[in-house]
Ligand binder design. Structure first.
Ligand code: 1KG
Length: 447
């Protein structure tokens, strides 16, 4: 459901909803609201109802209720007011219960490889241009997971839990691509920076990267991503520098926020190919949101693309030979299913692993108990403050488990210079690389 959000200023005075199901064609605003709520009603009928006979949405991790419950319109409006004047630190904003997710941001690194076969496919391609095209295809296939999976599954984008320093998220995908392993670690808290490494030894493919966000508010929440990822193929000893797109939140006013991507991002290969992805979002006009167009061209020669791609990053797209316009490949998320990530049961997890560490907070959010949520959150934050204080007294710095700061990063600089990407290490507390030596010693990863 698509909302022309700007036009909906009157949201905090909804007429009584009793008869909203009958005929949405009465009052345009009413129509908009009713269809929205109709969506969630059907999804949530098994929920308790409050006095107005309307389903009372209890935000629960398994079935986190969708957009704004009517009785929460008030808190949503005050939340919107608080956003308008926030200082750019998203983590500091107190969001209303129904917008809270019990998933930590450290888990978001898993969105890079939920289709392991697409992730490893480039390693099997002998032609360097086609290999670069398959890396572009994989990158495009990750966007739906990265930026739309919460709004599609839960009805709206959510505010993830703010990871603590050293928080880990470990898992592996087991499927026809073999074993693909994930290590995600919160390597910095001020500013919040997540570093990750994903590898499949059988096919000799590895992705590593790190990211932070710089947020601002004008008309809506805008988020600039700081950081990058590097995709490596052992067979050909080649690298692909991947830049991260900026985004903004649509649908805030109507209470069902979702992500739209801005401007463009790049993939620069060490084999001399550049891919550029333009996120038009102008779906507003064509009605289709999340539209993009991309092209792969010899570096420095954008006017002579080899392949072009068009479609929606939340849906299917086609890859064409730029000269012959012949379709040489397609991707459709409705056909190519994701592989579930295997994670250790909580009682076998290390205390730094996300789902074990946040269990009590997640359970409190699941039952909508905000007091318990903030109690349990404070326990974690107080312990973190204690640890930082002790480290300060001992003149030590927190030891990262799987990542280290790189003082030189020649591959990044070589590729970044071709697409004008800056290192911005001052905004990510350094340039973070996976420390294979540390990882090999680590018992957690081997089993
Ligand atoms: C708190 C906002 C959440 C975002 C912007 C955090 C960063 C997420 C990143 C950029 C992280 C890296 C991943 O690879 C890709 C990715 C995907 C989604 C990004 C999140 C979207 C979320 O929107 C939140 C703000 C909007 C709204 C839900 C509620 O507003 C607030 O909660 C204000 C704090």
């Amino acid at each position: 459901m698509h909302y022309p959000s700007e036009r909906l200023v009157a949201i905090n005075s909804p007429p009584n909803l009793k008869h909203h199901h009958s005929s949405p064609h009465q009052h345009p605003y009413f129509a908009l609201l009713s269809t929205a709520t109709y969506h969630y009603h059907s999804a949530l009928t098994h929920h308790a109802t409050d006095k107005s006979g309307y389903p009372y949405i209890m935000s629960s991790s398994k079935e986190e209720g969708a957009a704004v419950p009517p009785q929460a319109k008030g808190s949503w409006t005050s939340f919107l007011k608080s956003i308008a004047s926030f200082n750019g630190d998203l983590a500091s904003l107190t969001a209303p219960p129904f917008i809270l997710s019990s998933t930590s941001l450290v888990e978001f690194s898993s969105y890079w490889a939920e289709h392991p076969s697409v992730f490893v496919a480039p390693a099997a391609e002998k032609d360097p241009a086609k290999r670069a095209m398959l890396v572009l295809k994989w990158f495009l296939s990750t966007l739906k997971q990265q930026y739309a999976s919460r709004s599609e599954k839960l009805g709206s984008e959510k505010k993830p839990l703010n990871p603590f320093l050293g928080e880990l998220f470990l898992g592996k995908w087991e499927d026809e691509a073999g074993t693909t392993q994930l290590v995600s670690e919160q390597v910095s808290h001020h500013p919040p920076v997540t570093a990750y490494c994903i590898w499949n030894s059988k096919h000799g493919v590895r992705l590593q990267g790190y990211n932070a966000q710089k947020a601002s508010f004008s008309r809506t929440i805008n988020v600039k991503q700081i950081g990058h990822a590097i995709f490596h193929i052992d067979e050909y000893d080649e690298d692909y520098l991947i830049t991260l797109p900026s985004l903004h939140i649509e649908g805030l006013i109507t209470g069902s926020p979702y992500v739209e991507l801005n401007r463009s991002s790049y993939i620069q290969s060490s084999t001399g190919y550049t891919a550029k992805v333009d996120y038009s979002g102008k779906g507003w006009v064509s009605g289709k949101k999340n539209t993009f167009s991309a092209s792969l061209y010899p570096e420095g020669d954008e006017k002579h693309p080899i392949y072009t791609v068009d479609g929606q990053w939340t849906d299917a797209f086609t890859i064409k030979d730029a000269k012959t316009k012949k379709v040489i490949d397609t991707y459709d998320p409705k056909i190519t299913k994701t592989t579930p990530l295997g994670i250790a049961p909580i009682d076998q997890q290390d205390e730094m692993e996300s789902r074990r560490a946040w269990k009590k907070v997640a359970d409190a959010i699941a039952v909508g108990d905000m007091d318990k949520t903030s109690q349990e959150k404070s326990i974690i934050e107080n312990r973190q403050r204690e640890m930082r204080k002790q480290e300060k007294e001992e003149g030590k710095e927190w030891e990262r488990r799987y990542f280290a700061r790189a003082d030189k990063y020649p591959m990044f600089e070589k590729l970044a210079s071709k697409i004008g990407e800056a290192v911005n290490d001052s905004q990510t507390n350094g340039v973070w690389v996976f420390d294979t030596a540390k990882a090999i010693k680590d018992t957690h990863l081997t089993n």
